[in-house]
Design a protein around this ligand. Structure first.
Ligand SMILES: *Cc1c(COP(=O)(O)O)cnc(C)c1O
Length: 403
């Protein structure tokens, strides 16, 4: 027996939805993409959604749309997957790590505010494990310092902060549809926003920076026109005819974008998965509750803390082993066939970051958490019997006499 920490749940309806697209006219840039975008936007309560090839691409285009570039600093948490910070580096910006709150394991608003400089441009809060960050405090800081807030909601599709779904709160929210995430498309991601200008830029960067949108061409042509460089003014004159009355073949590349498109095949799977999201979340909540109850009276196991008035997406169930070493517990559980994991190594500790200016960086709460953290299996298809087995072994390993 091997029990993973997370896995997808695929049923016949999912398979049928995918097969239907395979027999249709469009495998990419077709109607299934727009339908999936609308489904997620409606679910979270956002005006616009842009589906892309994966969650990392979502973060990258969000940073591009936010205008992150050389010299800009963006503050995020060290307890996250590297992509939350890498997306800033892709744009030439500088990720800055603010320590976590030792109770919630999310970025601490106080620590965040301490990291703000004149170069800070945005904040990327990560709703780690699916537990919403303290968004009131983060938005207040953002307004005070005129910063954009791009949420990394990879763990948090369906989670709610004070009655509001994640995806309806900040400037942009990025989701991932990797198989272990709340719903899957195989590989996939999405950005949601209420801001039309950001939406148009997200669409632009998703596909090479190319557009057929007349308004957008005009806007860029006007920028050239206003330049003080005579060559650029001349370029504006040259483009004017095509911008005012573009031929049917005509398009323009306005920015350096990417091919981050997602297929209709993936989106058909995603839309079908969305029908089951609430059920998946309910199962995850039940599993978390059962762990909470099983470990409640065991001082050697620290269970995750829940913020009042919020609903976690329960992407991960993190415990801390308070007595026995993490290595011993981890190896004991792996030997028992339990696919425990550690989420995450503080991002700045990776050799790439160490080599590139982060050698002296320390976030003490993040490091203390990392030393003790273990993630237990949690996913909708985990059976009661499997969970009983996990609980028995976690208690056995965490309470064993220190060797
Ligand atoms: C999964 C994940 C990502 C990246 O998503 P991909 O779809 O794997 O590219 C980014 N941030 C966090 C916190 C994640 O868990």
């Amino acid at each position: 027996m091997y029990i993973p920490y997370g896995r997808q749940s695929i049923d016949d309806a999912d398979i049928e939805a995918v097969v239907k697209v395979l027999k249709s006219d469009y495998l990419t840039t077709g109607p299934a993409v727009a339908a999936f975008e609308k489904k997620v936007a409606d679910y979270v309560g956002a005006k616009y959604a842009v589906a892309v090839s994966n969650g990392t691409a979502a973060l990258h285009v969000a940073c591009l749309a936010a205008g992150i570039g050389e010299g800009d600093e963006v503050i995020t948490t060290p307890i996250t997957f590297a992509a939350s910070a890498n997306c800033v580096l892709y744009c030439g910006g500088t990720p800055v790590f603010a320590d976590i709150d030792p109770d919630t394991y999310n970025i601490s608003p106080e620590e965040l505010e301490k990291k703000i400089t004149s170069r800070t441009k945005a904040i990327i809060p990560v709703h780690y494990t699916g537990q919403p960050c303290d968004m009131d405090a983060i938005l207040e800081i953002a307004h005070k310092h005129n910063l954009l807030v791009v949420e990394d909601g990879a763990h948090a599709l369906g989670a709610a902060y004070k009655g509001k779904k994640i995806g309806s709160i900040a400037d942009m929210t990025c989701f991932s549809f990797h198989p272990v995430k709340p719903v899957t498309t195989g590989e996939g991601g999405m950005i949601v926003t209420d801001n039309e200008e950001l939406y148009r830029r997200l669409v632009l960067y998703r596909s090479h920076g190319i557009t057929r949108d007349k308004d957008m061409m005009q806007q860029y042509e006007e920028q050239l026109q206003q330049s003080s460089d005579p060559a650029l003014q001349e370029a504006a004159d040259m483009l004017r005819g095509d911008v005012i009355d573009p031929g049917g073949w005509y398009y323009q590349q306005l920015e350096l974008g990417y091919n981050y498109r997602i297929t209709d095949i993936s989106c058909a799977l995603g839309a079908s998965q969305m029908d089951k999201l609430d059920h998946f979340l309910e199962r995850r909540r039940q599993i978390a509750k059962k762990y909470d109850e099983a470990f409640a009276d065991i001082p050697q196991i620290k269970t995750p803390w829940q913020q009042e008035g919020c609903q976690s997406g329960w992407h991960l169930y993190m415990i801390q082993t308070m007595e026995r070493s993490r290595r011993e517990v981890f190896e004991g559980l792996r030997q028992a066939g339990i696919g425990v994991n550690v989420h995450y190594i503080p991002v700045y500790r990776h050799p790439y970051y160490q080599r590139n200016g982060y050698a002296g960086v320390h976030c003490l709460n993040a490091e203390a958490f990392y030393e003790r953290a273990i993630s237990l299996p949690i996913f909708p298809g985990l059976t009661g019997q499997q969970q009983d087995y996990v609980i028995e072994h976690v208690i056995k390993e965490c309470t064993a006499i220190k060797s």
